[in-house]
Design a protein around this ligand. Structure first.
Ligand code: GLY
Ligand code: MN
Length: 458
């Protein structure tokens, strides 16, 4: 945990924004069973709970009274019988003290206390057990609970969590340096013919555990990099393929990292691989160079899409004018996702609160077009944001086949040339970037990304 002062300060800031708005309810997560109640998934505390309270234990809920400033932690101490299985766990009052909480009450008091309160705000519940708890407390159906979250509360949390303090940036760098930079470099060197994806993924996950970290999301480690969220590791690596690894650790305080590198199997780029890789690298470097307060991430995304379209024109896969290609959305055949997202306690930071509240506002709304519609962060950047930059080019057989059959954007796409590139799979390069007062800083120990630096690893 950070010191109690950090959590007290965060709660005070929250009260300042939501002054006299009633009672704020911040629910923690519970243990989730895999196949029977006693066999559970690795426990992961709710990130809003981590941010405002910091106690990394299941079975807790907190309230903050914005009128009186009173904070109450609800939960139950372990019994002696529980401790047979868990060992001695500190008493809740000791945890509460570490977070600067004034009062601890038994969990059974939560319902009567809330029933005696008129104005209660809660954040969108995503775990099913939380929906059930709120449904029982408020005597409402689950759809009513789903719809009953507080927009004011969401906006206040987004405002605070979007700006990372120095101590938070250090935590993200800790996740990067303690594990993520190390395993990426080692895993890139493992990209040899005859190696297996599962062995490389195993090395990645074990490096996290050996360094007191856990995966911030499902490790992607595949020669089928065109499958964007591919979490299967069954393939062996063959010469001529590219290995895409998108993996990031979260550290003990649960701050995340999110890095992608793509390496030619055997360590030497073919001319074709190099040509496509250099386009993605240019999109990455050019995007990073533009990051500073005041510029919208949507603009940087669209400019990255133009760099990709222009590069694909140069190698003969697209034709026409890159501005028109991007306006029409034709680039999305090769670059069907957004340039990046916020990063913090969640890998897609605050996504539980609603992507549009996090990444957009009244000035910048989401573009409803295949590809750019998946951009999670569109709004104007501010000092203290930490975000990912992750352009990519993919050859997705089923999407290419569908568009080709429809002759979609045939004025922009050379369908007869694409077949030559289908074995390339997908290339993505991703870094984590802090917005500073004038420009930006790429976080963490550098991980090779130029063609020369990658080839030099072998
Ligand atoms: N690292 C996976 C993603 O950003 O979706
Ligand atoms: Mn990412």
């Amino acid at each position: 945990m950070f010191s109690a002062d950090t959590y007290i300060k965060r709660r005070k800031e929250l009260i300042k924004i939501l002054n006299n708005k009633g009672l704020l309810l911040i629910a923690g997560n519970n243990e989730v069973p895999v196949n029977y109640p006693g066999n559970i998934y690795r426990f992961r505390q709710d990130s809003n709970f981590l941010y405002f309270i910091g106690i990394d234990l299941p079975g807790l809920t907190a309230t903050i009274n914005t009128e009186t400033g009173e904070t109450i932690l609800y939960g139950n101490d372990n019994t002696v019988e529980d401790s047979v299985w868990t060992g001695n766990v500190p008493k809740l009052k000791d945890w509460a003290e570490q977070s600067g909480f004034q009062k601890v009450r038994s969990f059974s008091k939560l319902e009567p206390d809330l029933n005696n309160t008129s104005q209660i705000h809660y954040l969108p519940p995503y775990p099913h057990d939380r929906k059930i708890l709120l449904s029982e407390i408020f005597k409402k159906t689950i759809p009513e609970i789903d719809a009953g979250y507080s927009v004011d509360f969401i906006k206040a949390v987004v405002k605070l969590r979007s700006i990372k303090t120095k101590e938070e940036v250090s935590q993200i760098e800790d996740a990067l340096n303690r594990a993520t930079s190390k395993f990426h470099i080692a895993a890139m060197k493992m990209a040899l013919p005859g190696e297996y994806e599962f062995r490389i993924a195993g090395h990645i996950e074990s490096t996290m555990l050996k360094n007191k970290c856990t995966p911030a999301y499902g490790i992607i480690c595949s020669v089928r990099g065109e499958i964007l969220h591919n979490v299967n590791y069954n393939n062996s690596l063959k010469a001529g393929q590219m290995l895409l690894i998108d993996a990031g650790a979260e550290n003990e305080l649960h701050y995340a990292s999110d890095i992608t590198r793509t390496t030619p199997v055997g360590g030497k780029f073919s001319e074709k691989q190099k040509a496509v890789y250099e386009i993605v690298l240019e999109a990455l470097n050019s995007s990073i160079s533009k990051i500073k307060p005041g510029i919208t991430y949507r603009q940087i995304h669209l400019e990255a899409a133009k760099i990709i379209a222009n590069g694909l024109i140069n190698i003969g896969l697209m034709k026409g004018n890159c501005e028109e290609i991007v306006n029409a959305g034709a680039h999305a055949l090769f670059f069907p996702h957004g340039l990046g997202h916020m990063l913090g306690l969640d890998v897609h930071d605050m996504e539980d609160l609603g992507e549009d509240y996090v990444g957009y506002n009244n000035d910048i709304t989401r573009i409803d077009q295949f590809g750019t519609a998946y951009l999670r962060l569109g709004r104007s950047l501010e000092k203290g944001f930490v975000l990912t930059v992750e352009p990519g080019i993919y050859f997705i057989p089923q999407l290419i086949k569908k568009w080709k059959n429809e002759q979609k954007f045939k004025h922009f796409i050379n369908y007869n040339k694409i077949d030559d590139y289908l074995d390339l799979g997908g290339i993505r390069i991703e870094d984590n970037v802090l917005v500073t007062s004038e420009s930006n800083q790429v976080l963490g120990t550098p991980i090779p990304k130029s063609v020369n630096d990658i080839e030099s690893l072998f």
